[in-house]
Design a protein around this ligand. Structure first.
Ligand SMILES: [Mg+2]
Length: 240
């Protein structure tokens, strides 16, 4: 085995890489609108309501706390009761329905049983929200290293977030792999710091078809983690 090719550290993006964040958010938002209609919201179908809410999320950003307030104001039907109905339903779905992509657990088991790789997460977002997902998904026991932009003061796509993770983990960029679903955030800056890159197609909101030039920056292009395991199982650092 060529030691330059060895992978001994694997970092992951979280949203739309380890679980279906796009799908879960859509499901929770649709359920919230249906619940509001059931409790008296009028003048919009569930489908029209979802389109309006989507527009509000795009305008105010996904971490804004008052999407449903804005939604009701925009429809000129603001009521505190309907805000409560929407928030309760939204959170209920987000808690009940969050689950890993079906290929994730087996991949993590394979790494644990057949390699000595260190596993980490590097993610943008609010620390409490990101940790909540990590804990609810049962990922905590697998990941010794977690880096959240809000906790360290650096956001993707700044390559410094990846340098920070490499330094804190005391690993070598050339022996580290980063797996993510967003090309401009999870591939370009990662390549800049000399790490190996894996672009995963999860059909999330940032997924895209790679052109030839983009493909040059991607070491592994995969549809899921079973696909990635098949490609790297012979070059991961063996169990110690
Ligand atoms: Mg992502």
């Amino acid at each position: 085995m060529n030691s330059v090719d060895t992978i001994d550290t694997i970092f992951f993006d979280l949203d739309d890489t380890l679980f279906d964040a796009t799908g879960l958010a859509e499901k929770a938002r649709r359920a919230a609108i249906e619940a509001m209609i059931e409790k008296g919201l009028t003048g919009v179908t569930a489908e029209q309501g979802y389109a309006i809410l989507k527009e509000i999320v795009e305008e105010f950003g996904s971490n804004y706390d008052n999407h449903f307030n804005m939604f009701l104001k925009r429809l000129n039907q603001f009521s505190s009761k309907l805000v409560s109905v929407s928030v309760i339903t939204y959170h209920k779905i987000k808690v009940q329905e969050i689950r890993l992509y079906p290929d994730v657990f087996e991949f993590l088991q394979n790494i644990k049983n057949h390699s000595s790789c260190t596993l980490g997460i590097i993610t943008d977002g609010l620390a409490i929200k990101q940790y909540e997902k990590i804990l609810r998904l049962g990922l905590d026991p697998f990941f010794s290293e977690v880096f959240i932009s809000d906790e360290i003061g650096i956001r993707k796509p700044n390559p410094k977030i990846y340098e920070w993770a490499i330094e804190k983990t005391k690993c070598f960029p050339e022996k580290s792999l980063y797996v993510g679903d967003r090309f401009d955030y999870d591939v370009i800056p990662v390549k800049k710091v000399g790490m190996k890159t894996c672009f995963i197609h999860r059909n999330g909101k940032h997924d895209k078809v790679l052109d030839e030039a983009s493909r040059k920056l991607v070491d592994y292009e995969v549809k899921d983690l079973a696909d990635l395991w098949a490609k790297i199982k012979d070059i991961v650092a063996p169990p110690s």
